[in-house]
Ligand binder design. Structure first.
Ligand code: HDE
Length: 757
């Protein structure tokens, strides 16, 4: 694992920590500035502050990919003084130029004009889908295990390739909440030595449609209703369910969205999938078909639906913050890239599954995922707009050895992703924006256009030529040329149709349902009942119930009961192709590292901080983040900073709760001030602590208590012998047990299920 530059730099510079105690432990993530700011406005001129140690920026390459050797700060602000965009120093930026201090503003005020002109044009169109996203820099290291399958250099053993990753939701606008129920985008840009490769995937292995021509339909159905423009960032509305109940090939993906996969705990805890089948070419020219998988080192984990809804209000940036904080704290997220490999046969089928149908997955039990490399995200962007907003992915950004297949959805994507950048990034030169610049030499014959950053030489931007010495030359395979795999195309006629193998819309949805554990099934029932319950039209609900009947009678019956409607009979044979179930589709049953998890510590400063300081150190040392929750803000004994008060904190922000005391109701524990306080005065412990414990328990989180903390448990009525409630004599022992339980993500025994396995 690479050294955490955040910690190294901070300790070396000694700038951040202005207290000796902070030097002894990693800092709490979320620091806004690389220096502790003074209380008064600084007046002595000095240069721009350096980026924060956890941040990286695009490499300083020329628009045509050459290394410049300049520091990344060369692309940021220069000099100590405020200037115009032309570099002219300015004496004042607070007053416009007026005819007298009370007179009208003068048209000649060049600074006012330029400042407001630029501000007026700060926005670019948000992405039509995946508008809400978060990015990070990292590195990919090839294992070499795919080198016989694929000649791409970046998959070679030990080859390290810089990457930029953008995670996203699909439906919401740029400012929408992170924790909505939706598919998540998982797009990776590999800056390889042979040109840029983009793997533009999702956190679900299947898609709503089999042909790209339906994409505007499914997105129009999922986006807010065009008349009132509600609801934002969700599928719980009539038009979405109207569409998917009519267009039943969408049922499999819709079921994934209704599962816990639709509400991830963290971007760091999501799988990624390339969805389509791709064709790889090996060094000997042989080809194979593959599906790409990203496997997270931390396992796949989700929020509960109630947590997701509360967080959408309490911390709409929950996933963005989690990713940035984890990287800042040195808990670098990691994934293994893997492939399922299939023979490249003329029919492009595997075990009866059509590999060109993006509504189908191949169960891992039939084709295991073989690891081919590892990605580690090591740095946050320096500037959101320049990097996360301006990054432009494209399924057609391929490198030698990786090729598209005839999946009709992928074919349409190969048109779309270039097209969209023309309006989003303002022209055809978006590859020259720093975050999009290749790390391989560029010598195209493209010229001019909006935002041309390169200065092309020569007089002959055409081929063949003699005036520029015939440069650039075409390459052969030996010189690294991208050569399409010569895949045969079946003799056929032009027609608007789909193959018969695309007609099966239910068998894999059924496979997914059957592969869920009882707790996961319960969550799916709740999700459908919630979403359909939000629909206005009864016919939409009835039609969707018909689709559920074709997936599973129990699922259909449970949702119908919740909606107060009769459960219809299936119209299709309830058969699953392939295995009865695929255990790999379930999220439960393993143990995983708890890196970057938030541990809430409830303290009672009036009665001493029993073991709190030591436990904070241990949590930080274990790569997790302590969150001290106290009756009031400020610094407590031993320089323990309060991060949340009972008034400002909420259980959903933490993965586990530690009770280091049993604080009495604080002075603000009045319903009129903080309605969370409810009926204050009914317990000896602050009612917000009782609520926090009630919620944490309800969401099957681990709760630990020692010393007086045990009284808080009693006040909340939590039995000490309940699963996942840890009681001990001292903080260390309790933390140890809590950490072990956290490895399963939740205390699943606390979710008894009514549905059988
Ligand atoms: Fe996309 N998709 N998509 N998509 N998609 C975009 O490209 C599109 C599809 C995915 O973080 C857009 O630059 C069409 C499947 C991700 O910047 C746009 C079709 C999958 C991202 C576009 C699909 C995806 C996008 C919007 C059907 C999963 C975010 C802005 C033919 C395998 C990338 C942009 C980022 C973004 C079109 C289907 C994933 C409009 C027409 C299937 C992760 O070009």
């Amino acid at each position: 694992m690479p050294e955490n530059p955040a910690h190294a730099l901070r300790n070396a510079a000694g700038k951040l920590a202005d207290k000796a105690s902070e030097l002894l432990e990693p800092p709490i993530p979320g620091v806004p500035s690389p220096e502790t700011p003074p209380i008064e406005e600084p007046t002595a001129a000095r240069g721009p502050l350096p980026p924060k140690p956890d941040q990286a920026a695009p490499e300083t390459r020329t628009p045509t990919g050459a290394e410049t050797g300049a520091p990344v700060t060369a692309m940021a602000q220069q000099d100590a003084y405020l200037t115009t965009a032309q570099g002219v120093r300015l004496p004042d930026t607070d007053h416009s130029l007026k005819a007298g201090s009370r007179g009208p503003t003068l048209l000649q005020d060049h600074h006012l004009r330029e400042k407001i002109m630029h501000f007026d044009h700060e926005r670019i169109p948000e992405r039509v889908v995946h508008a809400r996203g978060s990015g990070a820099h990292g590195v990919f290291e090839g294992y070499g295990s795919a080198s016989h399958l694929c000649r791409a250099a970046f998959l070679g053993k030990g080859v390290e390739t810089p990457v930029f990753v953008r995670f996203s939701t699909v439906l919401g606008s740029r400012g929408s909440a992170d924790t909505v129920r939706d598919t998540r985008g998982f797009a990776t840009k590999f800056y390889t030595s042979e040109g840029t490769y983009d793997l533009v995937g999702n956190n679900m292995p299947v898609f709503f449609i089999q042909d790209g021509i339906k994409f505007p339909d499914v997105i129009h159905a999922g986006k807010p209703h065009p008349d009132r423009e509600i609801p934002q960032a969700q599928s719980a509305h009539d038009s979405f369910w109207d569409f998917v109940s009519l267009h039943t090939e969408a049922q499999h993906h819709a079921l994934w969205n209704m599962s816990d996969r639709g509400i991830p705990r963290s971007f760091r805890m999501m799988e990624g999938f390339g969805v389509h089948t791709f064709r790889l070419t090996g060094p000997d020219g042989s080809t194979s078909l593959v599906k790409f998988h990203w496997k997270p080192a931390l396992g796949v984990h989700s929020l509960t639906w109630e947590e997701a809804q509360l967080l959408a209000g309490l911390d709409p940036d929950y996933h963005r913050r989690d990713l940035a904080d984890a990287i800042e704290a040195g808990a670098y997220p990691q994934w293994e890239l893997g492939v399922q490999v299939f023979p490249d046969t003329p029919e492009q089928m595997f075990e009866g599954i059509d590999l060109l149908d993006p509504t189908k997955l191949v169960p891992e039990e039939l084709a295991p995922v073989q690891a081919i490399g590892r990605m580690t995200l090591t740095a946050n962007p320096t500037n959101f707009f320049s990097e996360t907003e301006q990054v432009a992915f494209h399924t057609g950004h391929l490198v030698p050895g990786i090729d598209a297949t005839d999946d009709p959805l992928l074919q349409a994507r190969n048109f779309s992703y270039l097209d969209t950048q023309l309006t989003r990034l303002g022209g055809p030169n978006f590859a020259q924006i720093p975050i999009n610049r290749p790390h391989a030499a560029v010598n195209s014959l493209h010229r001019d256009g909006f935002h041309q950053d390169a200065v092309p030489g020569g007089v002959a931007p055409y081929k063949p030529n003699t005036l520029d010495g015939n440069n650039p030359f075409v390459a052969g395979a030996d010189e690294g040329a991208y050569i399409e795999a010569p895949a045969p195309v079946e003799a056929s006629v032009r027609e608007r149709s789909a193959p018969a193998s695309f007609d099966d819309h239910f068998s894999q949805a059924r496979l997914f349902w059957r592969s869920m554990t009882p707790a996961e099934k319960e969550h799916i029932v709740l999700a459908y009942t919630f979403e359909l319950g939000k629909c206005y039209e009864q016919v939409v609900k009835e039609r969707q119930l018909r689709a559920l009947a074709n997936i599973d009678p129990v699922l259909c019956q449970q949702v119908a009961t919740g909606l107060g409607l009769p459960a219809p009979e299936p119209t299709e044979t309830l058969a699953a192709t392939g295995p009865e179930s695929s255990p790999a589709l379930s999220q439960l049953g393993g143990t995983w590292p708890a890196d970057g998890r938030m541990i809430g510590i409830v303290v009672d400063p009036d009665h001493g901080l029993d073991g709190v300081q030591a436990v904070r150190h241990e949590i930080l040392a274990a790569g997790m983040v302590p969150l001290v929750i106290a009756p009031h803000g400020g610094m407590l004994e031993g320089d323990v900073a309060v991060q949340r008060t009972f008034g400002t904190g909420r259980s959903v922000e933490v993965d586990a709760v530690l009770l280091a005391g049993a604080p009495a109701p604080a002075p603000d524990a009045w319903a009129v001030r903080d309605s969370k306080a409810g009926a204050a005065g009914t317990t000896s412990v602050d009612p917000r602590v009782v609520l926090l414990l009630d919620e944490a328990h309800r969401h099957a989180k681990v709760v630990g208590a020692w010393g007086a903390g045990r009284d808080a448990l009693a006040a909340a009525g939590l039995p000490t012998d309940d699963p996942g409630v840890v009681v001990g004599e001292d903080a260390q022992t309790v933390l140890g047990e809590v950490q072990q339980l956290l490895a399963q993500h939740r205390v699943w025994e606390r979710f008894p299920a009514s549905l059988g396995a």
